[in-house]
Write a protein that binds this ligand. Structure first.
Ligand code: G7M
Length: 315
């Protein structure tokens, strides 16, 4: 299977650059493989700090060096670094093949906008969008994980209970090696929660027990204490099956943990506790939610852009 995947990647025919970020050192390419659209996303990995003493070694650290300039006590070089795909990879490369138009939009450079989603907009339009997005195989990868058809060898922890259970495993963004960029996902077994909009105070015990089991599992497997982890959800998420992001505090991964997208799980639980005082019927569906959307996002194109022009949404 690994060989087929590699052959596919090598057969990639470049079409155009979708996005490039020189700060985060990432590159998104669109192309085709055997006539079908495909996206490659590449990200330069963090430095391997497991053997920092070897950093200047000409065989295991900095291989070749070219002095660019020297000025007083300042020297700057260009260098190649000893690398291997298993212990010290140069880049993390993801392939989405075949990809859909939605993937192409998601990975394209685009202008961002802040939007305010009122309970009415959510109820009237966004729920319709969410229903559409749960169809058509978009959640296949989630069900493959829950059914142990994919990634089962990477599971860190599983609680098999159908109601409160979940699987904790590495997110596809993690290189599985660099501890300071640790990135795990919690994918719940229950299928009735599409996003935090479905939460009411009834779910407080579910969320608090999930949080505590995740912290125990991460501490046992990676020896990482709770105060070194960011645990958050996305609104809007890309996939409408409830999942939680568990990320090392040192990892700065661009858009994923930023204001306008990420909401700390602790804040969700606190908000639900406050809502409980107002009656258990109140929930996240009753909040005004402010978040960031890219211009290519269907929610922008079909709902918020028309609303901004005083026009009827086209969802
Ligand atoms: O934005 P949202 O909260 O929906 O984030 C979804 C997360 O799922 C992202 O962090 C993705 O990197 C992650 N993810 C997406 N896919 C398709 C996969 C996958 O196939 N396997 C794993 N392990 N994570 C994925």
């Amino acid at each position: 299977m690994a060989e087929i995947a590699e052959q596919d990647l090598r057969a990639f025919k470049f079409e155009r650059i979708l996005n490039e970020d020189t700060g985060r050192k990432t590159l998104n390419l669109l192309g085709t493989i055997k006539g079908l659209p495909a996206i490659i996303t590449a990200e330069k990995t963090a430095f391997n700090t497991t053997s920092p003493s070897l950093f200047v070694s000409p065989s295991e650290g900095l291989l070749s060096l070219t002095l660019l300039q020297k000025n007083d006590i300042y020297h700057w070089f260009l260098s190649t670094i000893s690398q291997s795909p298993t212990s010290n990879a140069a880049a993390k490369v993801n392939l989405i093949y075949p990809c859909t138009d939605a993937h192409i939009k998601k990975y394209s450079a685009q202008q961002l906008h802040m939007v305010v989603e009122t309970p009415e907009i959510y109820e009237k339009y966004v729920t319709r969008y969410i229903t559409q997005k749960t169809k058509g195989g978009r959640l296949n990868w989630v069900y493959n994980i829950l059914d142990h058809k994919a990634e089962s060898e990477k599971i860190v922890f599983e609680d098999e209970d159908r109601e409160v259970g979940f699987i904790l495993l590495p997110d596809l963004k993690w290189d599985l090696v660099t501890m300071t960029s640790l990135y795990l996902s919690v994918i719940v077994h229950r299928t009735d929660i599409r996003s935090i909009r479905d939460f009411t105070p009834i779910h407080i015990p579910f969320l608090t027990s999930l949080r505590s089991k995740v912290l125990t599992a991460v501490s046992q497997k990676y020896s990482l204490p709770a105060d070194l982890l960011k645990i958050y959800v996305h609104y809007q998420p890309s996939y409408y099956h409830f999942h939680v992001h568990v990320v090392h505090i040192s990892h700065d991964m661009g858009g994923s943990a930023t204001v306008g997208k990420a909401i700390l799980l602790d804040d969700v639980i606190q908000t639900l506790r406050l809502m409980e005082k107002g009656g258990s019927l109140i929930g996240y569906k009753d909040l005004e939610m402010t978040y960031v959307l890219g211009e290519e996002h269907d929610l922008w194109k079909k709902i918020f852009e028309p609303l901004g022009k005083g026009e009827e949404p086209t969802i």
